[in-house]
Design a protein around this ligand. Sequence first.
Ligand code: NAD
Ligand code: UGA
Length: 359
Amino acid sequence: GWDSLVAQSATPADPDCNLSILVTGAAGFVGFHVSLALKKRGDGVVGVDNFNRYYDPSLKRDRAKILERNGVFVVEADINDSELLEKLLSIGKFTHVVHLAAQAGVRYAMKNPDSYIHSNIAGLISVLESIKSANPQPALIWASSSSVYGLNSKVPFSEKDRTDQPASLYAATKKAGEEIAHAYNHIYGISITGLRFFTVYGPWGRPDMAYFSFTKDILKRKRIMIYEGPNQRSVARDFTYVDDIVKGCLAALDTAEKSTGSGGKKTGPAQLRVYNLGNTSPVMVKKLVSILEKLLKVEARKQVLPMPRNGDVMFTHANLSLAETELGYKPTTDLQTGLKNFVKWYLYYYYFQSEKSVM
Ligand code: NAD
Ligand code: UGA
C-alpha cells in the first residue's frame, strides 16, 4: 500500500520515480476512467480517494481493484489532509494534478450541505495549498460543472456566458471553485484548467444519476419519475459519454502550460483556462427512458411530473467551439451507443457478480 509507494521512491523527488500525475477522486466514476487511460498510455499515476458512502462504496472498491491491477495505487485519504498531499507530491516528479474528487450530485445538497463545503470548497483549497507548496508546482486540471450556467436560458452555453445564477448549492460550490482557482492562479502562478463537464454517463457510472437508477428500477419493474418542465418545455440534458470526457481531460492535460510559480512575474502570468466538455446534443429525459426501454426490452412504469426537480436546471447544451479549437475536443459517442455500452456493463456487473473481477 502506501508504504510500498513510499519505498518505490528511494529519496524524496527521486529522479527515477515515475509518478507524474496525481488523480484525486480516482475511485470515482470519471477518476477511474481517467486514471486507467493515463496509465494505459504510459503515464505514472497515483490516486487519492476517501471512498465515502455517498453511493455504494463497494463499487468504488471494485474500481480501485481494477486500477491497482493495472498499476495505479489509490491512497485512501481525504483531500483535506493537505499534509499527506504535500508528502505525496514530494515523493514523485509530479507535473500534473487531475482533481476530480468532489461531492457530486445536485439534489443531495438539500440533505447534506456540509459535504459540499467540505469537499468542493475546503477540499479544493487544500489541493491548491499542497500544489502551492510543491516544488516544482504541478499544473492543475479540475472538474467544474455545466451546472455553473444555472438559470441562464441562452443556449448553447459558451464559456463567456453568465454564471452568476446557480440553481443549487452544488452549482454554487463549483462556481466558487472557479473563483478560488482564479485567486490561486493570480497569487501563486499555478497553471489551472477548469473543465465544465455536462451530465457524464457510461460503464462504471454513478448509481445516483438518472440513467443508472432508471436502469435499475426499470429492470425491477419499479415506477420511475420523469420530471418535466411546465408548458411542454421538457427538461433536457447534454448527456456526454465518459470516453469523450476522458479524451477532453487528457487533451487539457497535454496542452497545460507549466505553472510559473509565485507571482508569475518573470515568465508572465500562469495559464488559467475554462472549457465546456459536453456533447452539444441535448436529449429530453423522456427520450433517455425510451432508449433504455428498448435496450432492456422492458417497458418502464413511468410517472411524468410537470415540473423540474427543485435545484435542477431545465436545460443544458454545450457550445464546444473553444474546446474544439484549443483542445481538439470532439465528442464521438451518441447517446444510443453510449447507453448500449452502459447497459452491457450494468448487466454484467450486477447479474454476473462472480465474474466482476473481469473488466
Ligand atoms: P464520483 O462521486 O463518482 O467521484 C468522486 C470521487 O471523489 C468519489 O470516489 C469520492 O469517494 C471521492 N471524494 C469525494 N470527496 C472526497 C474527499 N473529500 N476526499 C477524497 N476523496 C473524495 O463523481 P464523478 O461523476 O466521477 O465526478 C467527478 C468530478 O466531475 C466531480 O468533481 C464532479 O463534481 C464533476 N462532474 C461530474 C459530472 C457527471 O455527470 N458525472 C458532471 C459535471 C461535473
Ligand atoms: C449531473 C451530475 O449528477 C452532477 O454531478 C453534474 O454536475 C451535472 O450533471 C452537470 O452536468 O454539471 P444532472 O444533469 O442533474 O446532474 O444528472 P441526473 O441526476 O442524472 O439527472 C438527469 C436528468 O434526469 C435531470 O433532468 C433530472 O431532473 C432527471 N431525473 C432525474 C428525472 O426525471 N427523474 C429522476 O428520478 C432523476
